[in-house]
Structure formats: C-alpha cells, structure tokens
Design a protein around this ligand. Structure first.
Ligand code: URA
Ligand code: CA
Length: 441
C-alpha cells in the first residue's frame, strides 16, 4: 500500500477501504508516514468527506492505535459522559456522583487540557489533597467499592488522535464532521466506555455555532457508537450564554456543591437532570425517562448525591471540609463588581467573550505550560432575560490582579447586550439524537 495512492483516491472523491484507513493510521502513529502526506489526506477528507462506514473505520483504527482500557472487572454498564465543551460547564462534578449514587458505575478518565477554565481534574484539585494519581488497579477498586473514580489520562489512549488533532489544528482541517466525531469517540471508547451520553453544545460559546451543525455532529457520533457497539445518545444543549452563573474553577465547584444540595442555578440543574436521565437509561438502572428523572430528583433532595461526592473526594485524598463550609475554599484577593451601563433586559451574553475574560483572569490555560489560578473567575448575577437597572451589578469578578480585573470588566461589558424589549432565553435543551431518531424540541 502506498500513501500516495490513498491521498489520490480520497482527492478524487472515492471511498477508502478499512485496510487503507488502518494502514495510514498505524503507519502514521509509528512515524512511518510524514506529516505532509497526512496533511494532504486530511485536506482531501475535508473537501470530499467520509461516509458513515469510513468514519466508524477511522474511529476503530484510532482506538486500536494505543491502549484500550479494560474495565470488564467492574460490574455493570460503564456509561461515560462527554461534553463538546462550553463556558462554565460544571456538569460532570454534579452528574457523576448522582448517577454513581444510583448504581451506574462511573470510571472516568478526565483531562486538563486548554480552555477558558480548567478541566474536571483541575476543578477537583480545589479540594486540598485530591489526586488522580493512582494505579489502574486502585482506580478499578474504587469504582467497585464506592461506585466512582476519576483518573488522569496517563495511559497511551488513542495516540493516533493526538497526532492527527495536532496536525489538523495547524492545517485548517479541524472542522470536518467525520474528523471531529471520530476524534471524540475514539477517546471515549479507548477509555473503556460501554455506553456514552454526549452533551453537544450549540451557540456562541461552543464548537458548533448553530443548531444544525450541532445536530449533525450529534448524529455522526451516535452513528459511530452504533457501528462500534456502544449505545450512544446525544443531547443538544444551548451554549449561547454560559451555563449556570459561575465561570472559574473554585467558583464552579461551589456552584456544583450548591446544585447537589438542590439550590443550584436552574439551567445547570435542568441540564444535569437531563444528562443524568440518559445515563441511567443507558446504564440500565431505570426503565424510562420519567422514572430516571424522579430518581435523580430524589438523589438531590435526600442529599445522596452530595454524600457520594464526599465519599469520592475522600477516597482520592481530598479534604471534604469544604463541602460543609464553602467559605473554607481559598478566595481571590479582589472582588470587583461590574455594573450595567444601561437599563433594560439582558438580550444576550456572548459566552465565548465571558470565557476569554475568565482566561485573562487566569482561570484557564493558554498553553500547556500555563499555571491555573483556581480562585479567579466570574460570577454572572444576571442571565439572559433578566431585567436590569442602570448601575445594577450584572457580574462579579474574582481576581488576583487589578489590571486583569479591569480588562475583564471591559470584556464583560462588551459581552452583555442589553435591550429595551423583554427577551426570552433560548431553549436550554434543543433536542435528543438516538440511534433511531432525532427529536427536536
Ligand atoms: N475535540 C476533539 O477532541 N477533537 C476534535 O476533532 C474536535 C474537538
Ligand atoms: Ca457554571
């Protein structure tokens, strides 16, 4: 087989065979095919696209390019949850303990990564002493005894995807549906998921800027799941404004604890209940959405979800005093109030701009080497639809540097659009994609 022929075939709009896909993935992973040839192939795929069969073959090839975590010694259906990424998304910290409390084993490999705020692991490190450094045996043992563990992605998971994603990033070939869908799904499958619930975000703060492309991405990933024997459901949710009120690491952890106590923001609570519902269904511990929803609401009411969070943090070395006393968390030096310049109604909050403001404050990583400041971030007092008076506080900045706080203030004021007319926020849950149907709400 020759890489040249594979490139030409795709360039000419033909389908690649499973063997051809396996060949270029394996040889590229081993370093036997140069970046320039793979770049050319990615560009050919970008223009000529891949069909469903090619997309699932590409996913399997990437899964098999490295280690595949074997979770078969954990009883039950391991359901993983993945979000395509947004601003202020604290869902995992809430949903994981809830479904674990209800009997769905949570064996999660999480990342740090780049972004507006840290990843789930960074947030969990807000609990002094918490660590994801453990052997795979301890990881599995924790899931078997308390129902939940979060590990770092130390294993050699889908190395082909790591190389390809980095290459796509610098060759303008990221935004192809098959390439995105296979990239995400390969990592989930390699981390041992039996079933997957996807939260595909749509809007200004998301990878997919409009609903149409979010539904398409959801469908492409559900199709891969079906082809590879992983029951998969995608929830399409709004990310046109940040989720919840908190954007920042410790701020989001506090928000997650509030939500587990039943006093979290309405949108965040609703999305957690929806995603949790599908995790319970795929995990086989509930028979229908109605039953699943009731179980989750009960878990919040009785505090069982919060107790599971406590157990989990403790099992991984974290100090749990913060759960009872949110004021014990470290706080930023400056609390800076952002006041509305006009009166009216909040029409829109550009989520990506709020995310960038959080990044400027130090809540996220701009490069892999950046240090995260867990204490900084933004609390949004007013969300879309709210009425505001001139001079009223719309947001609160938590900062450790006043220059950065002032820069963030400018960005936040720019991100808020205030109009004279009353506005209704977008629907939070836009639809569901399952193996057999697409439901739009
Ligand atoms: N996220 C991924 O993991 N891969 C992509 O290709 C795009 C977003
Ligand atoms: Ca939030």
């Amino acid at each position: 087989m020759r890489m040249y022929d594979i490139i030409m075939k795709k360039r000419n709009g033909l389908q690649l065979s499973k063997d051809e896909i396996n060949y270029f993935i394996n040889e590229y992973t081993k370093g036997n095919i140069p970046d320039y040839q793979v770049s050319a192939l990615m560009m050919a795929i970008y223009f000529q696209k891949m069909n469903k069969r090619e997309t699932s073959d590409l996913t399997s090839a990437m899964v098999n390019s490295g280690e595949v975590i074997n979770l078969s010694s954990i009883d039950g259906i391991k359901v993983d949850k993945h979000s395509t990424g947004g601003v202020g998304d604290t869902v995992t910290m809430i949903v994981a303990p809830i479904v674990a409390a209800l009997g769905v084993p949570v064996a999660k490999m999480s990342g740090r990564g780049l972004g507006h705020t840290g990843g789930t692991i960074d947030k969990l490190e807000s609990f002094d002493g918490f660590s994801v450094d453990m052997s795979i045996e301890n990881f599995i043992n924790n899931v078997n005894t308390i129902g939940i563990a979060v590990g770092g992605q130390t294993a050699n998971l889908a190395p082909a995807d790591k190389k390809l994603y980095a290459l796509r990033d610098v060759t303008a070939t990221v935004d192809n549906l098959s390439l995105i869908a296979s990239s995400i799904m390969s990592k989930k499958i390699a981390s041992g998921a039996d079933a997957i619930v996807l939260d595909v975000k749509s809007g200004s703060g998301a990878f997919m800027k409009d609903d149409e492309s979010a539904f398409e991405l959801g469908k492409a990933m559900v199709d891969i799941g079906s082809a590879l024997g992983r029951n998969t459901i995608a929830v399409i949710s709004d990310m046109d404004q940040p989720l919840g009120n908190a954007v920042g690491n410790i701020l989001e952890v506090k928000e997650a604890i509030d939500t587990l106590k039943g006093s979290g923001p309405e949108d965040l609570t609703k999305l957690c209940i929806t995603l949790g519902t599908y995790m319970l269904l795929l995990g086989g511990v509930a028979n229908d959405t109605e039953a699943a929803r009731n179980m989750i609401e009960q878990t919040i009411e009785t505090g069982a979800g919060l107790r599971k969070l406590r157990e989990f943090i403790k099992a991984q070395g974290g100090d749990t005093k913060y759960i009872d006393d949110l004021d014990a968390f470290e706080q930023a030096k400056y609390i800076y109030k952002v006041k509305a310049k006009d009166k009216g109604y909040v029409n829109h909050i550009k989520a990506d701009d709020i995310g960038r403001a959080a990044l400027i404050l130090g809540a996220g990583r701009e490069t892999k080497e950046s240090q995260i400041d867990l204490t900084v971030g933004i609390y949004l007092n007013k969300k879309v639809g709210a009425e505001v008076e001139k001079g009223e506080i719309i947001a609160i900045i938590h900062a450790n540097d006043m220059d950065k706080a002032r820069e963030a203030e400018r960005m936040i004021l720019d991100a808020y659009k205030i109009s004279n007319d009353k506005v209704k926020p977008n629907k939070l849950i836009k639809g569901i994609v399952t193996k057999n149907k697409i439901i739009r709400y």
